[in-house]
Design a binder for this molecule. Structure first.
Ligand code: BEZ
Length: 212
């Protein structure tokens, strides 16, 4: 199986989920997407993660992002566990969880890392653009719960840089100054970015976030 790399079309699949059968590309439609795996249902870190994702629904909606989770547990397990997540995390899980018992999707997306665990998926994250291309991959081990604020931050950067000739510097957050793309000469940058361009070095030009 070839690794999934940035810029690849996210492989399509059909799968059973807690919200019925999903054809991944059809389900994405014109939205951005996050496909993320967790090791197992009825485990503590995963319970907090899926509860957190449910609580961030409004943030994902604002960014036109659909979210789908996955583990190799079955449908009955997912449906029972969702009740526990809702109860313990004081939320309502309102996104599908794929029941990948035959590991079809896990293998397609290389979510099982045998030297970490031979059977269970690691904590993979794939961010997919509205062009169905893979924009970001991150992998965490089972023992470390993900930071979903970081995921929102990255999506803000991905969506900004998809439509503007800028890049985002270290620790950037929405609303802060951004870097002018190296490919744009400074005189041209001053025409494009009417809020101003500060030339710190010929290769390091800063401008206010252009889409505010
Ligand atoms: C957890 O979600 O808590 C977990 C799952 C698998 C291994 C370790 C922790």
């Amino acid at each position: 199986m070839a690794a999934i790399r940035l810029g690849d079309i996210a492989p399509n699949f059909t799968a059973q989920s807690s919200e019925g059968e999903i054809d991944f590309h059809k389900w994405l439609g014109n939205s951005w997407g996050i496909l993320f795996s967790h090791p197992a249902d009825y485990t503590p870190v995963c319970t907090t993660e899926l509860g957190t994702v449910a609580k961030y629904t409004e943030e994902f909606n604002k960014r036109n992002v659909k979210v789908v989770a996955l583990s190799v547990d079955g449908l009955e397990s997912h449906l029972g566990w969702i009740k526990d997540i809702n109860e313990t995390q004081d939320t309502t899980v309102n996104f599908p969880i794929i029941a990948d018992e035959d590991r079809k999707v896990s293998e397609l997306y290389d979510m099982i890392h045998p030297n970490a665990d031979s059977k269970l998926t690691v904590r993979s994250v794939f961010v997919i653009g509205d062009d169905k291309k893979v924009k970001l991959t991150i992998t965490y081990p089972a023992s470390t719960g993900r930071n979903f604020d970081e995921l929102l931050r990255v999506i803000d950067s991905l969506q900004l840089t998809a439509y503007h000739k800028v890049a985002t510097p270290a620790n950037w957050n929405h609303g802060e100054d951004v870097v002018v793309s190296p490919a744009i000469p400074t005189d041209k940058a001053k025409e494009i970015f009417t809020k101003g361009v500060e030339e710190v070095k010929p290769y390091l030009r800063m401008t206010p976030q252009p889409n505010l």
